[in-house]
Design a protein around this ligand. Structure first.
Ligand code: DX5
Ligand code: ZN
Length: 225
């Protein structure tokens, strides 16, 4: 059974039309808006910050899924929570203490997720399997939209298996993937065990975003095992 959810990366939206673009995402049937924050230090790019997120708060029924690609996420957790984040994902490769950052996110009543870059092994998230709500496996080097998909199937399967055997708290672990997700790569990551797909350029390029979202969700795999 597939219960795939889609998180639309607004990094690929037209910044001059954010209001309209967000309405389009909402009508597409996607569950989440993926909000990429980059600081020019953790990655070689600078994107959006607190004010834009704050302007979306309460204006959309989509879950606000914030992906922090910043060197010191702990310092900004309270701010992103106040600005409306429903989920905060930060990188295990950042300089913040991982456990302390997860605790800070939860203290704000927000869902917590850790992310790993393509070069970081699955085992890096194992110590936090009972602490987080979600793990984000990057399928590109973080920094830019529109990059070519890197197959992380083994890593996704290893995390799914480890969570099944070792997670004793909360709901089943959500495994999110981000980078190069389209109609072809979606089935690869779902088969490996991912259940939340981030997609930016594929969805904003599509003539009909709702149809493209349905294509990503198509029940052609298991999300697990
Ligand atoms: C990349 C960002 C992604 C990006 C995905 O560092 O984290 O969320 O927007 O864009 P696509 O789907 O175009 O690869
Ligand atoms: Zn992202």
């Amino acid at each position: 059974m597939s219960d795939t959810q889609v998180s639309v990366s607004v990094l690929s939206a037209n910044p001059l039309e954010y209001g309209k673009e967000i309405a389009k995402v909402e009508e597409s049937g996607a569950e989440m808006i993926h909000y990429d924050v980059m600081d020019g230090v953790f990655v070689n790019n600078i994107t959006v910050g607190l004010p834009l997120l704050n302007s979306m708060k309460g204006r959309t029924s989509c879950i606000l899924d914030v992906h922090l690609m910043i060197i010191n996420p702990l310092k900004y957790i309270d701010d992103f929570a106040a600005a409306g984040a429903d989920i905060i994902t930060f990188h295990i490769e950042s300089e913040s203490d991982v456990e302390e950052t997860i605790r800070s996110i939860h203290r704000n009543g927000v869902k917590a997720a850790v992310s790993i870059k393509p070069g970081t092994p699955a085992e890096a998230v194992f110590p936090y399997i009972n602490d987080v709500d979600m793990v984000l496996v990057m399928t590109v080097e973080p920094g830019f939209g529109g990059q070519k998909f890197m197959d992380m199937s083994e890593k996704i399967s290893a995390i799914r298996k480890y969570a099944k055997e070792n997670r004793t708290v909360g709901l089943p672990l959500d495994i999110q993937v981000d980078g190069g997700i389209d109609d072809v790569t979606a089935s690869i990551v779902k088969t490996a065990g991912a259940n939340i797909l981030v997609s930016g350029s594929y969805l904003f390029r599509a003539e009909n975003m709702a149809e493209a979202v349905r294509t990503l969700k198509e029940d052609n795999s298991t999300n697990a095992e």
